[in-house]
Design a protein around this ligand. Structure first.
Ligand code: SAM
Length: 237
């Protein structure tokens, strides 16, 4: 007996393509990439379940376990690293993120800023590339995060944004040799928390700094690789 000949199936040629199921992909990302690796803060997990990452990043696998391009030669880290930074930067006290004044340096796609806004923070986010800032503003507005929740400004984030400080939490999402002094000055002296990848251009350590008055406690968390923090108190472009 001969086996019937079946038409060869090529991926995508078998019939109408299924639209991506972003809700399911996000759920899987939260379980497999975040919870399984020790991200336990329920508010953080909920925020990652809610924010549509596919609306911010470029490429076919917005929920994949890898960095993604965001335009202008920049990338955003894999979801786990974004979650790890967010969890570590949670403002101290019972209110946590709710109503907290937060600075992000390196807006990129706007995804990290959206996560912070979803958690209830009032976010100022600085980007040095005007075209990235414009695109992030557009993506944030389209996803429902208006200017009251996230304000994207263009500038050298190594100088911070003193007009809106002090900040309960500062997240620096580009790597540099040391934490820029202006950022430490703009950190809330009453337990403000700053997280930044500190190291050379190839390797950095996620570093958490907690400020009490003039006392700065610094802890290295884990190795990471970020794009360079370019500016007056960072690296040369
Ligand atoms: N947080 C971003 C997101 O959610 O997509 C990803 C940030 S990407 C890893 C780093 C960003 O930092 C890039 O967009 C880069 O242009 C920006 N950057 C580097 N140096 C900067 C500086 N001094 N001030 C502001 N932005 C800077």
């Amino acid at each position: 007996m001969r086996w019937p000949r079946l038409p060869r199936r090529r991926e995508g040629a078998a019939g109408p393509e299924q639209p991506p199921d972003h809700e399911r992909d996000r759920q899987r990302m939260v379980w497999e990439q975040l919870q399984a690796r020790g991200v336990r803060d329920p508010e953080v997990l909920e925020a990652f379940q809610s924010v549509p990452r596919h609306a911010f990043v470029q490429g076919d696998e917005p929920y994949g376990d890898h960095a993604m391009p965001v335009g202008s030669g920049q990338t955003i880290s894999q979801p786990y690293v974004v979650a790890r930074m967010t969890q570590a930067a949670r403002p101290a006290g019972p209110d946590g993120w709710h109503g907290a004044n937060v600075l992000e340096v390196g807006t990129g796609s706007g995804y990290q800023a959206a996560i912070l806004a979803e958690l209830g923070a009032r976010v100022t986010s600085i980007e040095r590339h005007p075209e990235l800032a414009a695109e992030a503003r557009r993506a944030l507005a389209a996803a429902g995060y208006d200017e009251d929740r996230v304000r994207v400004v263009v500038g050298d984030g190594t100088e911070g944004w003193p007009d809106a400080g002090p900040y309960r939490s500062i997240l620096v999402t580009a790597g540099g040799p040391s934490v820029p002094k202006p950022l430490l000055e703009q950190l809330d002296p009453d337990g403000g928390r700053l997280i930044m990848p500190v190291g050379d251009r190839q390797h950095q350590y996620l570093t958490l700094v907690v400020r009490h008055g003039t006392d700065l406690q610094s802890t290295e968390l884990e190795p990471v690789v970020f794009v360079p923090l370019i500016g007056r108190f960072g690296l040369e472009g």
